[in-house]
Design a protein around this ligand. Structure first.
Ligand SMILES: Nc1nc2c(c(=O)[nH]1)N[C@H]1C(S)=C(S)[C@@H](COP(=O)(O)OP(=O)(O)OC[C@H]3O[C@@H](n4cnc5c(N)ncnc54)[C@H](O)[C@@H]3O)O[C@H]1N2
Ligand code: MOO
Length: 430
């Protein structure tokens, strides 16, 4: 069916009289923005705080602000290979300071007159007219007024001559330039990215206080699914088993299990009932087909539907339920692009709430051409960016992934569509 014309009309209850709905209170389908909001507000708060080593923190969210444990840089640091110099040139050079050398250490003995005279001075202190060879990243000695790059100086008979003027403090990264000890660097709610891990290590952290990552069990429904090989004889390859776990993991979830569940009511009910995951994600079985048992299984385990159908194309049969014990279930439609729409609409906002992640700043772009809309539903379409704005990709049907695989983002097209030049919201593509 054409995603533009198979709408039942304005938002209303779509599935009526299906045996698969017995026992669950009928819900009107939600508008798309409302469904996202419901998913974000479905939990009372983020999961508890835990302290984990840096190597285990990727993808989780800071539970408290990240504060520096040291000044950064922790000492005046040379930004270049060359010489640390004191006062105006030329300079007498002696010794060498490498990255990692402790304070005051200079490889060659300091025999300069100034050092000999300086009873009170630190042994590594440079006096006016002195220079010491220095490596990038090495501690700049006390008394130095700048660093002369190797290519900016010439040594002639033990004297270093500048080829260019040297500004005071040139090529020295002063202690505390980036931050001071105890200074808050990142607020609670920041996602832990590789860059955050690097920053945390740079300023002295071995462990991070984060919210526990939500566990996710993925249940792939459908007897027709094949795990390997070429699809034939009415069977189809499972596209969501490969697609969803890495995406959910990248979003911060800990995917604890991926299981195929046959088209059997009892099997599905028990898989949902006994899952220990914070979030059960199912694929398929959301609609009204003869073996679509999801609603019936949810009723049997005492689930409460929070979202039951969304005014969005593709993906309108998606659902969100609260399970006993404070767990949740996201029901993604079986059509793969519809499942992707369900993931961005329900699964990611729910996971972000459990992770304690601060709301993303919405991303937007301008449309390079008209994006026809559905009369009543939001559309989510794979797009690429061009100089003129975003353009839709072909092969964007609910059962297709060909467009999505080339997509840089999904564009949110409000009901009724938008003309060329309109600003539209973008969602990250998997
Ligand atoms: N009478 C109605 N029929 C359908 C409606 C409706 O409103 N009334 N909605 C249609 C829409 S839209 C969608 S989307 C699908 C949703 O169906 P289900 O969630 O029940 O999913 P299934 O019926 O199990 O599968 C649908 C389709 O997707 C294929 N599939 C399932 N899982 C996978 C997978 N892991 N990888 C690849 N492909 C998968 C499955 O073989 C089917 O072709 O319902 C429409 N029908
Ligand atoms: O078009 Mo359905 O809405 O494939 O999800």
């Amino acid at each position: 069916m054409n995603a533009l014309t198979d709408a039942p009309g304005a938002a209303g209850t779509e599935r009526t009289g299906s045996g698969a709905r017995a026992g669950t209170a009928p819900l009107s389908r939600s508008g798309w923005p409302q469904a996202r909001r419901v998913a974000r507000l479905a939990v009372h708060g983020p999961l508890p705080e835990v302290e984990v080593p840096l190597a285990e923190a990727l993808g989780s969210t800071l539970a408290s602000p990240l504060a520096a444990l040291t000044d950064l840089p922790a000492f005046d640091t040379s930004a270049m290979d060359g010489w640390a110099v004191a006062g105006p040139g030329p300079w007498r050079t002696s010794g060498r300071i490498l990255a990692g050398d402790p304070a005051g250490r200079r490889e060659a003995p300091d025999t300069s007159d100034a050092a000999d005279r300086s009873g009170e001075r630190h042994p590594g202190t440079l006096a006016d007219g002195e220079a010491v060879e220095i490596a990038t990243g090495a501690r700049v000695p006390a008394g130095a007024t700048g660093v002369l790059r190797r290519e900016h100086g010439r040594v002639d008979r033990g004297l270093l001559h500048p080829l260019y003027d040297l500004a005071p403090g040139q090529d020295v990264r002063p202690r505390g330039q980036e931050c001071r000890r105890d200074e808050p660097l990142l607020p609670a709610g920041t996602p832990v990215t590789p860059a955050v891990l690097g920053l945390a290590a740079a300023c002295g952290h071995d462990r991070l206080a984060v919210h526990r990552r939500p566990t996710v069990e993925l249940l792939l429904l459908g007897d027709e699914l094949l795990d390997s090989g070429i699809p034939a004889d009415g069977r189809v390859r499972d596209a969501l088993g490969p697609l969803l776990p890495p995406w959910l993991t990248a979003a911060g979830a800990e995917v604890t299990g991926v299981r195929r569940v046959g088209d059997d009511f009892g099997l599905l009910r028990d898989a949902v009932r006994f899952s220990a995951a914070d979030v059960v994600v199912t694929t398929g079985g959301t609609a009204a087909g003869p073996v679509d048992f999801l609603h019936e299984a949810l009723a049997a385990v005492g689930a409460r539907l929070l979202v039951d159908g969304v005014a969005v194309r593709p993906g309108h049969p998606m659902l969100l339920a609260e399970l006993p014990g404070g767990r949740h279930l996201v029901g993604l439609p079986g059509n793969p692009l519809a499942a992707v729409a369900g993931t961005v609409t329900l699964a990611l906002p729910l996971l972000h709430a459990l992770l304690g992640r601060a709301p993303d700043t919405p991303r937007s772009a301008v449309t390079a051409r008209d994006f026809p809309g559905h009369p009543a539903d939001t559309r989510l379409l794979p797009v690429v960016r061009t100089d003129r704005g975003v353009v839709p990709l072909a092969f964007d049907g609910p059962a297709m992934l060909r467009g999505l695989a080339l997509a840089e983002a999904l564009v949110v097209v409000p009901p009724g569509g938008v003309p060329a030049g309109a600003r539209v919201e973008l969602l990250a593509a998997p």
